[in-house]
Design a protein around this ligand. Sequence first.
Ligand code: ATP
Ligand code: MG
Length: 205
Amino acid sequence: MSGRRRIGVMGGTFDPIHHGHLVAASEVQAQFGLEQVVFVPTGQPWQKSHEVVSPAEDRYLMTVVATASNPRFLVSRVDIDRSGLTYTIDTLGDLGAQFPDAELYFITGADAVEQILSWHRVEELFGMAHFIGVTRPGYSLDSAHLPDGAVSVVEIPAMAISSTGCRDRVRAGLPVWYLVPDGIVQYITKRGLYRDEDAAPTAEW
Ligand code: ATP
Ligand code: MG
């Protein structure tokens, strides 16, 4: 391994950001000696182009709130400020230009690594960053179809949390305390995120 500074890149919809994302980033930061991990909320993710996602500014602000206390975590607006669908190749291109002297480590869930082969210009992607596939309960990584050494796998301590699960809980009036940081619970309530438009307001948690 070279002595260049190492920068992690954690892309995601972050709708909302939850402790699974934060633990994964922290674990990879420690294991790979990353100087910083840059969280990059997507614009409109191409994989989710038919789904309704919360406004980019809400997802960006939640990411800022959740990462603010960790000096190794940063948030980038590159994807939300770029128009059109978000492609990882553009994310890595923009961050490579911003950190020209760094080796990039792209952190992604095992579920997403399996889709990597369907990503745009995949050979080019592997040349732009090391890929770290983080596994969570219920997912295992089948790297059989990936080029040798292209993807490292890191197991994240039991974190069966997903944004979908958090959104469903909010919609059902169930608490998301301790699944997401406290500030995110409060932000979701303040902005009325994940409630059905015409549902009756529920009591404050
Ligand atoms: P959704 O349920 O809406 O798909 P998500 O929880 O998968 O949301 P994303 O914003 O899609 O969250 O995820 C960003 C990245 O974090 C993806 O690479 C995803 O695989 C990874 N990730 C999500 N949840 C976890 C978790 N609990 N542990 C480790 N990685 C995770
Ligand atoms: Mg997901």
